[in-house]
Design a protein around this ligand. Structure first.
Ligand SMILES: *[C@@H]1O[C@H](CO)[C@@H](O)[C@H](O)[C@H]1NC(C)=O
Length: 498
């Protein structure tokens, strides 16, 4: 039986019941890599989806589907990571080829780790549900990246391939480059046509679509292409679905870009035609590594959220991609609570008292623009009490989390910049909102509240030498010191002091 007739024989109902990679295989374009922290991408897959490492003892565990073909066992992660921090260390390949994604090494651009590697993603930054069951995506902050330079079976040179990924269409920026796909094997820019990856974001240095972005484009190296014209394809629209299906495929002098709402409906084709006419893209010089969250040369300024994605060998048919989209929709991605622990009520006035032994008379406060901790008591001045009082607002960047407005400087909020906290006037920008949005969770020491930076889910509000930061549990900055971390990021939430 030809692969085409086996695909037709499966029928639509069977295809929805199958996993995305069963569908690609039925079309003769098998997955050579299948990555997801949320679910199995083969109907029969029950092996490890991803590995997490916790800060309390540096041990790891693997998270698998709850049942073959099912949703990730997020409860296993929650149990393992309770009362500590967790990073996603490995995103396993479900294809059986061993094409796992791990911490990206330094390349043309160095990562922020002391050894030049990129950061790993925090494990709890992107909670969702699939058919009502909780799972976690991969929340990529600037500086975060995963890679595999020794991939088995991927398309190289001008060979045909397909790929899709499901992203959060509301989480992006204009930096280079939030990618998933085929890239250089040496972490360097080796020239035009040496990549073929999905890009998502609002970068306009190379190409763009219509509107102000974000767009689904193809990173073909030395260019983000929205279509054949390297600068503009006005048929490639701005898309920002909360759950966004993105598709890129490429073969001999043909390629395509598609997109659609991952929670409903069908795919739309934004480009389908010949290769760009600029020198170097026909034929292509693909190298076959796989990247996530970065550009081929490790450019790591971008942000985005990845839930699932695959790479195929062979150029998938439109019918196969339509069946994959139906399967994604049937997985029923939905949002869920971003917060836990003590309740924060929007509009209420609060204080945050330190819990670190020897510092429990100190509150999160500000002196001028600097956020710090100050000793505040009933006999303190009203001015000081107001400096240590915050009004809870809906999160400026994500209303599932919160922002903290200064009591004595209306319109100014706690934000981070270079990971230091300050009180600054809201300038209405996307970046300000993101840097001023925080997601509280149950305190890491088992009491109170720990307050995560929405945009950097590896970082929590910490006092260090009585100054406020968003700090990670171990890292390159002095304020990331693992010693005393849990207590330094745990706060007692009380009433406003003024
Ligand atoms: C975990 O590993 C890091 C880096 O090797 C080290 O600095 C830290 O002390 C370790 N933490 C624990 C709790 O063992």
């Amino acid at each position: 039986m030809s692969s085409r007739s086996s695909f037709v024989a499966l029928g639509l109902a069977a295809l929805v019941a199958a996993g995305p990679c069963d569908i690609y295989a039925s079309g003769g374009t098998a997955c050579i890599a299948a990555h997801s922290t949320t679910r199995a991408l083969y109907n029969a897959f029950s092996g490890p989806l991803y590995q997490v490492k916790r800060g309390s003892d540096n041990t790891t565990t693997t998270i698998s589907p709850r049942s073959a073909g099912g949703v990730a066992n997020a409860a296993a992660q929650d149990n393992f990571c309770a009362g500590t921090t967790c990073l996603i260390t490995i995103i396993y390949d479900q294809s059986g080829r061993g094409n796992h994604l791990t911490q990206a090494p330094p390349g043309g651009f160095r990562g922020p780790e002391s050894n030049g590697y990129d950061n790993l993603a925090g494990a709890i930054g992107a909670p969702v549900t699939l058919n009502g069951q909780k799972a976690y995506g991969v929340f990529v902050s600037p500086g975060t990246g995963y890679r595999n330079n020794r991939v088995s079976g991927s398309a190289v040179r001008d060979q045909p391939e397909g790929m899709y990924a499901v992203f959060d269409g509301t989480h992006y920026n204009s930096a280079c480059c939030f990618d998933y796909g085929n890239a250089e094997t040496n972490n360097l820019d080796t020239g035009n046509g040496h990549m073929e990856a999905i890009y998502f974001g609002s970068n306009t240095i190379w190409g763009r679509g219509s509107g102000s972005g974000p767009w689904i484009m193809a990173d073909l190296e030395n260019g983000l292409f929205s279509g054949q014209d390297p600068k503009l394809n006005s048929a490639n629209p701005t898309v920002s679905n909360r759950f966004l299906t993105t598709v890129v495929k490429g073969g001999a002098n043909k390629w395509a870009i598609k997109g659609g709402n991952a929670a409903a409906g069908t795919l739309s084709t934004y480009y389908d035609g010949a290769r760009p006419t600029v020198r170097g893209y026909n034929p292509m010089s693909k190298e076959g590594a796989i990247i996530l969250g970065i550009g081929g040369d490790n450019s790591n300024g971008a942000q985005g959220t990845f839930y699932e994605g695959v790479m195929t060998y062979g150029y998938p048919t439109d019918a196969v991609e339509n069946a994959v989209q139906a399967n994604i929709v049937a997985a029923r991605y939905a949002t869920t609570s971003m917060v836990s622990g003590p309740a924060y009520n929007v509009g209420s006035s609060i204080s945050l008292r330190a819990t670190t032994s020897g510092y429990t008379d100190r509150y999160l406060a500000h002196t001028g623009a600097t956020v710090n901790t100050q000793v505040v008591s009933s006999s303190s001045s009203t001015a000081l009490k107001r400096q240590a009082t915050w009004t809870v607002r809906a999160g400026l960047a994500n209303r599932a989390c919160y922002s903290f407005e200064s009591n004595d400087r209306a319109g100014s909020f706690i934000r981070h910049s270079d990971f230091a906290l300050s009180v600054a006037a809201n300038d209405g920008s996307k970046l300000f909102g993101e840097d001023a949005t925080f997601c509280p969770q149950a305190g890491l020491t088992g009491t109170g509240s720990s307050i995560r930076a929405w945009g950097y889910p590896t970082r929590w509000i910490r006092h260090y030498a009585n100054v406020g930061y968003v700090a990670s549990n171990g890292g390159v900055h002095t304020f990331d010191n693992a010693a005393g971390f849990d207590a330094d990021v745990t706060w007692v939430v009380g009433s406003g002091l003024a």
